[in-house]
Design a protein. Structure first.
Length: 347
């Protein structure tokens, strides 16, 4: 069943991710810029939204044979992953290297996107989603309405324990000690797991808010406020302290707030082109770095900014992100015209 507001959320999420990837070039030059930190953290909230939307559907789907469904999905994902890893290796090695210095990385190291920082690095998200697919048949049986209260308590406990990691990071940086044992913290830190479970819970209880009521508007206000606080903290403490930590409480408030605000909008249908874009969201994620070139983008932005007198960096980031989004969608649309090439942008 198609849900119009979820389509909108997916489109918003991928645009925020692209925005964050374009921002990296500028953030590397000034890590204390609050607006740049806001853009970057907004991108992390976009990734969290992807995990929430995935949990919303996967943990509440009605497929009778969960294991076979998940195994089939993983098979298709692995094939697509291999293609794009090889593509970005060739793209970095033989194309991007013509315009800027690209460190030589052998293919075997390149394939490990967690270790090597390359144009294939954004594919970490696809690797992260595979374990969640594997866990789905086990978790799906717990997601029943009569157990919603229990699920909420467990998820809240997981959020609290996972966020102790941030206290460890603070005490380590300030006082050179870590208070909490990693043996306690690590089981609750797999990328996206908590967001995935939150999405499953929201899909189970489907919280309803009257559009533009006080409660509905407050979800958006809380989301923006949490993101602003996160940006201010990041500008002082550094973006790395929160980066990749999708269990961090402020990021969860932002993502869940945005989710609740959008899904409770009174939208029952969208134009066909919006649905088409939504159907291509994961394809856009796979191809967007062809145009963003997150890691080695110096030659792109220096040339463009030099040719646009008086260009404001914040407006430039938004404009370039929008352009990259449009180009990525256009490429997906072209690839989908053939059954053969459609496979490499479909998960």
């Amino acid at each position: 069943m198609r849900i119009a507001t979820i389509d909108l959320l997916k489109i918003l999420a991928i645009f925020l991710v692209i925005l964050a990837h374009v921002t990296l070039f500028f953030l590397n030059r000034d890590e204390s810029d609050v607006v740049l930190c806001f853009f970057r953290q907004a991108g992390l909230s976009g990734v969290a939204l992807f995990f929430i939307c995935s949990g919303y559907f996967l943990l509440n789907n009605k497929h009778e044979n969960q294991a076979n469904y998940v195994i089939a999905k993983i098979k298709s994902i692995v094939g697509v992953l291999i293609f794009w890893l090889l593509f970005y290796y060739a793209y970095d090695t033989w194309w991007i290297s013509r315009f800027t210095d690209v460190p030589e990385i052998n293919l075997l190291n390149y394939l490990n996107v967690s270790k090597a920082t390359t144009e294939a690095t954004p594919l970490w998200f696809i690797f992260a989603i595979i374990p969640l697919y594997i866990f789905t048949p086990l978790m799906r049986h717990a997601f029943k309405k009569e157990r919603a209260g229990e699920i909420l308590k467990v998820v809240m406990l997981m959020v609290i324990i996972a966020n102790l990691t941030l206290i460890n990071a603070w005490t380590e940086a300030s006082f050179h000690f870590s208070l909490f044992a990693f043996n306690l913290l690590i089981p609750f830190q797999p990328e996206g797991l908590i967001c995935f479970l939150i999405g499953g819970y929201l899909g189970l209880v489907k919280p309803a808010l009257r559009p533009f009521s006080v409660a509905h508007i407050m979800t958006l206000i809380m989301a923006i406020a949490a993101l602003l606080i996160l940006a201010f903290i990041s500008s002082g403490a550094g973006i790395a302290i929160f980066y990749g930590k999708f269990y961090n409480l402020l990021l969860l408030i932002t993502s869940v707030g945005l989710f609740l605000f959008v899904v409770n909008l009174n939208i029952n249908a969208l134009p066909r082109w919006v649905s088409n874009v939504s159907d291509s969201v994961l394809g856009i994620y796979l191809v967007h770095n062809i145009f963003v070139v997150e890691v080695h983008s110096v030659f792109i932005h220096e040339k463009l900014l030099g040719s646009i007198p008086g260009a404001k960096s914040y407006l430039y980031i938004i404009a370039y992100s929008l352009l990259a989004f449009i180009l990525a969608y256009g490429l997906c649309a072209l690839l989908k015209r053939s059954k053969i090439t459609a496979r490499i942008v479909t998960l």
